[in-house]
Design a protein around this ligand. Structure first.
Ligand code: FO1
Length: 324
């Protein structure tokens, strides 16, 4: 079975671990990762979502934090602080720095990000084919308002420095309109048996991937069923800043509103099926009315076992949708 998954960082990476467990090593999983969060710091290219997937599936993630390396040390960060080097709000651990050094050197030598990511994955053996959504630079910026004045900040500055405390007025995807899907991305969507949207941020993770010209159309026309998992349970995201950025695009922070944001493939959207958490079972009818087959199942990724059953439910729904 060929499964293609669109994902962001922590939530998506954890879901992928459950999916890999569910389908076993024989399945062919391609992961299309968001790169709008990428940031250049101290001359190094940092790709948080790709690294989070790579480390999580490769067994190197800091499980508590959900990002960065396990048993990390922070000498370089302390040394940078001693120089007063800015920015001081983004933490690059010593082990993690090696990844960014190797990546940046390969990029500087002219290799595209997709090739560099494959080279990094050769070490981590994530058990999936990890592709950046594009080899081109796309930067997600958040328009914030303070004292009546608006400006845009990098998504990492909004999330890590400002802690998403200022209202987000809009999301700007710099470079997305000119980006080209990375090699393998459109093929992975066109040849998939199942396409899944991980429980990631619908605006700044999955939405950014869908903004790369050609990707949304590839989902809309794919032969495979497309099933998504809600990142919203109740009235809030499982983690992250979904509430703030959903508000910026005028979408309520509920599982059914996010399904509406993605839309049904019967219209101009991308979904055939949508999983909401059991506690949101009351929203199933509303989602179904919009032409999306919807089921309520447990969606809290508390451990690998519950995440594995979520993945099973997603594949079951895909089968059901395909048969419909
Ligand atoms: N998140 C933080 O909250 N603080 C940090 O200092 C931080 C550093 C960092 C370094 C490498 C990396 O791969 C991720 C890092 N993250 C950090 C997580 C990241 O900001 C976000 O969670 C994602 O970009 C959102 O998907």
């Amino acid at each position: 079975m060929r499964i293609t998954v669109l994902t962001g960082g922590i939530g998506g990476a954890r879901f992928l671990r459950g999916l890999r467990q569910t389908v076993g090593p024989a399945a062919d999983i391609t992961v299309i990762g968001n790169t709008g969060d990428d940031i250049d710091l101290f001359g190094l290219r940092v790709c948080p979502d790709l690294d989070t997937v790579m480390y999580t599936l490769g067994g190197g993630i800091d499980e508590t934090q959900g990002w960065g390396r396990a048993t990390e040390t922070w000498s370089a960060k302390a040394e940078l602080a001693a120089y007063g080097a800015e920015p001081d709000w983004f933490g690059l651990g010593d082990k993690d720095l090696a990844t960014h050094l190797v990546r940046t050197r390969m990029l500087a030598a002219g290799r595209p990000l997709s090739s560099v990511t494959a080279a990094l994955c050769a070490r981590w053996q994530p058990g999936v084919r990890l592709l950046p959504m594009t080899d081109d630079r796309v930067e997600t910026r958040i328009e914030v308002e303070r004292d009546g004045r608006r400006r845009t900040v990098h998504l990492q500055e909004y999330w890590v420095k400002l802690r998403a405390a200022l209202p987000a007025r809009s999301v700007v995807l710099v470079g997305a309109d000119k980006a080209v899907p990375a090699p393998g991305v459109l093929d992975a969507l066109g040849s998939a048996d199942v396409i899944l949207l991980a429980p990631s941020n619908p605006v700044v993770s999955i939405g950014t991937i869908l903004a790369v010209p050609g990707i949304r159309a590839a989902l809309a026309t794919a032969a495979a069923p497309v099933v998504g998992l809600s990142p919203i349970i109740g009235t809030g995201p499982v983690r992250g800043m979904a509430n703030q950025v959903l508000q910026a695009v005028g979408v309520a922070a509920t599982a059914s509103a996010v399904a509406g944001f993605y839309g049904s493939r019967r219209d101009t959207g991308v979904l055939d099926g949508w999983l909401v958490d059991s506690s949101d079972a009351g929203q199933v009818g509303q989602v179904a009315a919009s032409g999306i087959v919807c089921r309520a199942v447990p969606l809290w990724m508390t451990d690998v076992a519950t995440t594995t059953s979520m993945a099973q439910e997603a594949l079951l729904l895909a089968k059901e949708v395909r048969g419909a």
